[in-house]
Design a protein around this ligand. Structure first.
Ligand code: ING
Length: 322
């Protein structure tokens, strides 16, 4: 018996620093309506989809950055998105900056059921960049200043998706580069990973050469590998284009459990891509090549959870017994 749906990535073009949430929400409502016309039953919006990618801007006093965060969802500005989802019967993923009532700050993503209820919430674990101003960098990337590491782990929940249901997990941007994150989801039989990203189109570290084409290639490599090695679908949605002179790449993608690209955005602006998914297609990988119960050997994986940084290996010399 198939478990089919149509997935959509609703890629956003740039959001300028001076633009209010109402602009982004209006664009997202139009993208959701277009996705609905294209047959989609679930829509994935980007990371930090309501504002510009503000971690590129240094702010000494964090209280002066408060306006970048959502203090409640839905709010007056975001209510139209929840209303559109309810009217269209569409579930959606939304990435946003969360400020909790007790003042904690997270880079957060939610999966919202068409009823408006939050079925799943995740807070970004892998925060790239730095906490203090870095004079070497071409552009700042201050996620470690503006957010705490997530405290919810990597949860998976089985929830309705359109007329069917699926085991849903969430990642955010840099998480996609860490196989450990995918595997924790895979060990919970995830079938659909939703993730948004804001990724500079050029390396801003200023600490070495990275060919430009590798920016997109590394992003797609990470998502395709994650899907293949954990037998799941993924929708990876960009916020793209030039925000106040700073370029983010698009190339949003939808990937199947065999790591195949099902759809790819071709602009760096607002764009909807869709693809059909059948979640029963996750079962082949999960019961053969990646049947974790039969093939994994956790007794040899201790370093993965016991160690944080890498360690130099022992030096071998000729005449040394191996
Ligand atoms: N952005 C980037 C990302 O992981 C980055 C940061 C880019 C890290 C390229 C390493 C290499 O896609 C966010 N927001 O995590």
């Amino acid at each position: 018996m198939s478990r089919k749906t149509v997935l959509a990535a609703a890629q956003l073009g740039p959001i300028q620093r001076a633009e209010g949430r109402d602009v982004a929400v209006g664009r997202m409502v139009r993208l959701m309506e277009k996705a609905h016309r294209m047959g989609a039953e679930v829509v994935v919006f980007p990371e930090l989809a309501l504002t510009t990618f503000f971690p590129r801007w240094y702010e000494e006093d964090l209280n002066k950055a408060d306006h970048w965060y959502e203090h409640a969802l839905p709010s007056n500005e975001t209510a139209p998105l929840f209303e559109a989802a309810r009217k269209l019967g569409i579930g959606f993923h939304l990435g946003y900056a969360e400020k909790t009532p007790d003042g904690r700050r997270f880079n957060t993503a939610i999966y919202v059921h068409p009823s408006g209820e939050v079925a799943l919430k995740y807070r970004k674990v892998h925060l790239p960049g730095h906490k203090e101003y870095d004079p070497v960098r071409k552009v700042q990337h201050l996620e470690k200043r503006y957010f705490e590491p997530g405290d919810l782990g990597f949860p998976v929940v089985r929830a309705p998706v359109g007329e069917t249901e699926a085991n849903i997990g969430l990642l955010i941007c840099n998480d996609r580069r860490w196989p450990e994150a995918w595997r924790v989801l895979g060990l919970q039989q995830v079938e659909l990973v939703m993730l948004g990203y804001n990724t500079p189109s050029l390396n801003m570290e200023n600490r070495g050469f990275e060919a430009h084409h590798l920016r997109v290639e590394h992003s797609h490599l990470s998502v395709r590998a994650g899907c293949y090695q954990n037998a799941c679908y993924a929708v990876a949605t960009a916020k793209a284009g030039t925000e106040d002179g700073h370029e983010l790449f698009g190339h949003s993608i939808i990937v199947n459990p065999q790591g195949e690209l099902l759809a790819q955005a071709t602009s760096w602006d607002d764009e909807v891509i869709v693809a059909e998914a059948d979640f029963t297609r996750c079962e082949l990988g999960r019961t053969t090549i990646f049947d974790f119960a039969r093939h994994r050997r956790p007794e040899h994986y201790g370093r993965i959870t016991e160690q944080v940084g890498s360690e130099a290996p022992p030096l071998w010399k000729p005449g040394q017994s191996s």
